[in-house]
Each structure stands twice: as structure tokens, then as C-alpha cells.
Design a protein around this ligand. Structure first.
Ligand SMILES: Cc1cc2nc3c(=O)[nH]c(=O)nc-3n(C[C@H](O)[C@H](O)[C@H](O)COP(=O)(O)O)c2cc1C
Length: 198
């Protein structure tokens, strides 16, 4: 039985937002074109950031390369089960201090926002993005020889969704499960009225 993964919303959303989700079944035959990859990175590059500091950094490893194998081996075991089929694994890192050593308090926020833009562009390209926090950060930082203020945050499994992909049953079941979110009203924090004005 096919379950819709489209977001159920109180009012209509743009289809690129409503239709995005994080699949695990990816097409092992799919090759990411240079134009597609550049479009995703451009979407990230043009995200807003605090003081236009642009703290995001990306390391791209395409499937079939030793670099891909090295990143894949740093993933949590449960992620390795399916992320090997990604067309590319992209390490996303944040430069958390500026060149003068001054901390960048919004670096992680900004980098997440860049990935959000990338994920919408990916949806437009007919590609899937599955973000992975389950990986060995120290191992990836050492692999990429990242200097201390540059912190790996997520690995993106990029690829083309494949409904026929062979997955362990527990993961296959999750592909068939409807997506869920907290109700909108539970996200709203009331703004108290200020003190009465004379
Ligand atoms: C920062 C971050 C870390 C995540 N880490 C993992 C992960 O290690 N493994 C995994 O399978 N999914 C991971 N996910 C995917 C989430 O589980 C997924 O986005 C969430 O369940 C909502 O599903 P949806 O993206 O399909 O709407 C991660 C997502 C984010 C944003």
C-alpha cells in the first residue's frame, strides 16, 4: 500500500516544501550531474547569514570513489545500511569563528539554513536529500583535516529516490509510513501583553 508522504497542512504549501521528505531507498544507478550539484551548492551559497558571514563549508564525495567510501565508513551503522546507495555524500560543516578568532554565534543556525535552501533546490531538481547526524564527527574532521573552528554538522545523502530499492524490512516500513509533525498550535508561544501604558 502506498502512503502519501506529502505534508498535511492547514493551508496549501508550495509543492516543493510539501513534497520534500527524507527517503532511504535510493537509486544505485543514479549519477549526479555537475549541473545538478552546482545548483544545490549555489542554493546554499545564496542563503542569508548573520553579517553575511557565510560560515557553511561543503565536502562532496561521489559514489564509487575512495572519498565516498571514507565518508560512508564514518556513518553510524544504521545509516550505512542504505546511504551507500547515495549518488553523493556531502559533509556539511560550519566555521564557528571568523578569521580574527571572534566567535560566530549564528554559524550553526546559518549553516542549517543553507542546507534548507539546498534541500528545496534538490526537490526542484527531482533529487532527494537525507540529512544525517549519525556519523563520527571526529573521524570526519580528521579525514577532511578541518581546522578547529570548522565543525562537521551533518552528512547529506544525495540521490534519486527509488521506490524499488531493497531495504531491510524495518527501514522499508519507514518508507511506507506517513510523515508526522507536532500540531501547529503547540508550536506557538503566546506573547504576553506588556505592562499597561499610562
Ligand atoms: C540534523 C538532522 C540529523 C538527522 N540524522 C539522521 C540520521 O542520522 N539518520 C536518519 O536516518 N535520518 C536522520 N535525519 C532525518 C530525520 O529523521 C527526518 O528529517 C525527520 O524524521 C523528518 O522526516 P522528513 O524529513 O521525511 O520530513 C536527520 C535530520 C536532521 C535535520
Amino acid at each position: 500500500m502506498t502512503v502519501s508522504k506529502t505534508a498535511v497542512t492547514a493551508v496549501p504549501l508550495h509543492p516543493l516544501l510539501a513534497g520534500r521528505w527524507s527517503p532511504r531507498g535510493l537509486d544505485t544507478a543514479h549519477e549526479l550531474t555537475d549541473v545538478q550539484l552546482t545548483a544545490l551548492l549555489e542554493a546554499a551559497r545564496w542563503a542569508p547569514s548573520a553579517n553575511n558571514s557565510q560560515p557553511w563549508r561543503f565536502a562532496v564525495a561521489r559514489r564509487g570513489t575512495p572519498e565516498f567510501a571514507a565518508v560512508q565508513e564514518a556513518l553510524a551503522a544504521g545509516n550505512q545500511l542504505w546511504a551507500h546507495a547515495a549518488s553523493a555524500l556531502v559533509v556539511v560543516a560550519a566555521e564557528t569563528a571568523g578569521p580574527d578568532g571572534a566567535p560566530r554565534p549564528w554559524a550553526v543556525y546559518d549553516t542549517g539554513q543553507a542546507v534548507a535552501h539546498l534541500s528545496v533546490q534538490a526537490e526542484h531538481e527531482g533529487l532527494a536529500v537525507h540529512q544525517l547526524g549519525g556519523f563520527d564527527r571526529d573521524r570526519v574532521a580528521a579525514l577532511l583535516d578541518l581546522p578547529a573552528p570548522v565543525v562537521p554538522l551533518v552528512v547529506l545523502a544525495l540521490g534519486r529516490r527509488d521506490e524499488e530499492a531493497q531495504l531491510p524490512e524495518a527501514l522499508a516500513a519507514r518508507e511506507r509510513t506517513a510523515r508526522e509533525r507536532l500540531p501547529l498550535d503547540t508550536l506557538l508561544v503566546p506573547v504576553p501583553a506588556g505592562p499597561a501604558q499610562d
